[in-house]
Design a protein around this ligand. Structure first.
Ligand SMILES: Cc1ncc(COP(=O)(O)O)c(C=O)c1O
Length: 485
């Protein structure tokens, strides 16, 4: 077990906050301080539903319902994912409301439609919650479209729902697109290259085309050469495209600057105007995904502002060009899905970091960054990580986190070089320290893998005062089966 470290320098910040609040009654001080310290209850950081209980534990608030996360993890065990459908619904509704409001306020004549990109999280509970709130869908592969086929079989499915098909159109994919269209689904394949144009020649419904923009955005996925879509000149050379309805682009994910979103829009609009001259059926611009999430709880642009600027830019540009205002589609996946889930792990042990200058100890968790939160490894994703219990512990310890796999890359060292968490040496006999990793609802579930054959966490859902198990924790047998055992 590691030696207890002296108070870390970061404690100074906390002391400063405490100084200001000294004038307030003691209880108010404590409550306000720690909530602020852990960035809870903040609209800006998507943590409005989180609070700290009287006994220093993380709670989720849903109106007059309250779920104590420490109690949940003691009951269901860790590792655990907590899905909050209400957050997902709030996020989607906030996007729809922002567009509808801006469209009305600005006298914009086009309509707005949200398409949920299923690749972000294909779990049934995610997709069903969003469809129930009015999301249309976007799929990127035949297997995702197969899930839509399962939904389509249900009698309760609204017949006017629209599905956009991105991704390489292999033969089985095109076959399924045709099958669903002939069964009455409104399905729009988006042409991404000339082979697809050829393969979809006989398709009877509306189609879209994807433009590969020259503008590049600041994001982790910034790539000099994008392999998706056709260049503006290539698209315009095609002249008339049968049943062309949508001009689509997707410029990147987790776009860091608001201005970049508008630069891309302006560039795409130039092609839209020329393309519409050749194809009067074209009436929709699909801006793809990309809206960012404040994973590290640092200031970021506001969705409502971005929406206002998209609508007013499109209005001004189309009025200047003398064309009808395009209908607008966005496929903002991460923005909607990430805050709807968080992951909980138990600290199962600690190990001193030799000559640890920043962090002093490894805390080993009962899950894995490589198998459960793959982006930590693949794109060095940073997360907001807080204790689930002992949230008002004054003495915090500088640590790095390590996962359960045998891989030396299975670790998290945070952007400041260390995390501040309660010292596990100070725990009472029999007590465990749990941690929560926020905003894990986007991409991580589908990326999950089985390095060292570790099991995926249990997933619980909390809604309407009811806690249900959405997915059981994998057993050794479940995992073995995946590998032919
Ligand atoms: C075509 C398309 N649309 C939407 C998305 C969702 O992007 P985000 O989650 O960044 O909003 C992606 C993600 O890669 C995509 O490829």
């Amino acid at each position: 077990m590691a030696e207890k470290s002296p108070l870390p320098p970061q404690e100074k910040t906390i002391t400063a906050v405490e100084k200001i609040t000294k004038r307030l009654p003691k209880r108010t001080v404590k409550r306000a301080n720690y909530k602020k310290l852990w960035k809870l209850g903040s609209k800006e950081f998507n943590t409005t539903r989180f609070d700290i209980s009287k006994n220093d534990e993380l709670v989720i608030r849903e109106g007059n319902y309250e779920y104590n996360v420490h109690n949940l993890v003691k009951k269901y065990g860790s590792s655990m994912e907590v899905f909050m459908p209400t957050v997902l619904e709030d996020r989607l509704n906030s996007v729809i409301t922002a567009f509808d409001r801006s469209i009305k306020n600005k006298g914009y004549k086009g309509k707005f439609t949200y398409h949920y990109p299923m690749k972000v999280n294909q779990n049934r509970e995610f997709v069903l919650s969003l469809v129930a709130e009015g999301a249309h869908l976007e799929v990127g592969s035949p297997n995702e479209l197969w899930l839509v086929k399962q939904l389509w079989k249900s009698d309760n499915f609204y017949r006017k729902m629209r599905v956009l098909c991105n991704g390489p159109k292999t033969e089985p994919y095109i076959k399924l697109i045709n099958e669903l269209r002939s069964n009455g689904l409104t399905i729009v394949p988006i042409i991404e290259d000339l082979n697809e144009l050829e393969a979809l020649k006989k398709f009877k419904g509306d189609v879209g085309i994807r433009i590969n923009l020259v503008s590049k955005v600041k994001s982790r996925w910034d790539k000099k050469i994008d392999r998706f879509g056709l260049l503006s000149e290539e698209i315009l050379e095609l002249g008339k495209i049968k049943n062309l309805k949508i001009l689509h682009y997707h410029i990147g994910s987790q776009i860091e600057k608001e201005a970049d979103i508008l630069v891309a829009l302006r560039e795409a609009f130039k092609t839209y105007v020329k393309l519409k001259e050749l194809n009067p059926t074209l009436d929709t611009m699909d801006l793809g995904g990309g809206l960012a999430v404040p994973y590290e709880k640092k200031k970021l642009y506001h969705m409502e502002n971005v929406v206002r600027r998209i609508v007013s830019t499109l209005k001004t540009l189309s009025d200047e060009a003398g064309i009808q205002h395009p209908n607008i589609i966005v496929e903002w996946g991460r923005y909607v899905a990430a805050p709807a889930q968080f992951s909980v792990f138990r600290v199962v042990g600690s190990k001193e970091i030799p000559n640890g200058k920043t962090a002093k100890d490894w805390y080993i968790i009962d899950g894995s960054f490589m198998t459960d939160l793959l982006d930590t490894w693949s794109i060095h994703q940073k997360w907001h990580i807080i204790p689930v219990n002992n949230l008002r512990e004054k003495k915090r310890h500088r640590v790095w986190l390590a996962g359960l796999s045998c891989d030396s890359d299975d670790k998290y060292t945070a952007s400041d070089g260390y995390l501040l968490l309660p010292h596990i040496d100070d725990l009472e006999e029999g007590e465990s320290q749990y941690i929560a990793i926020f905003d894990t609802g986007a991409y991580q579930d589908a990326f999950a893998m089985h390095h060292c054959l570790l099991s995926s966490p249990i997933k619980i859902a909390v809604q309407n005062g009811i806690v249900s198990v959405a997915r059981e924790r994998e057993t050794a047998e479940d995992v073995g089966k995946l590998f032919g055992w």
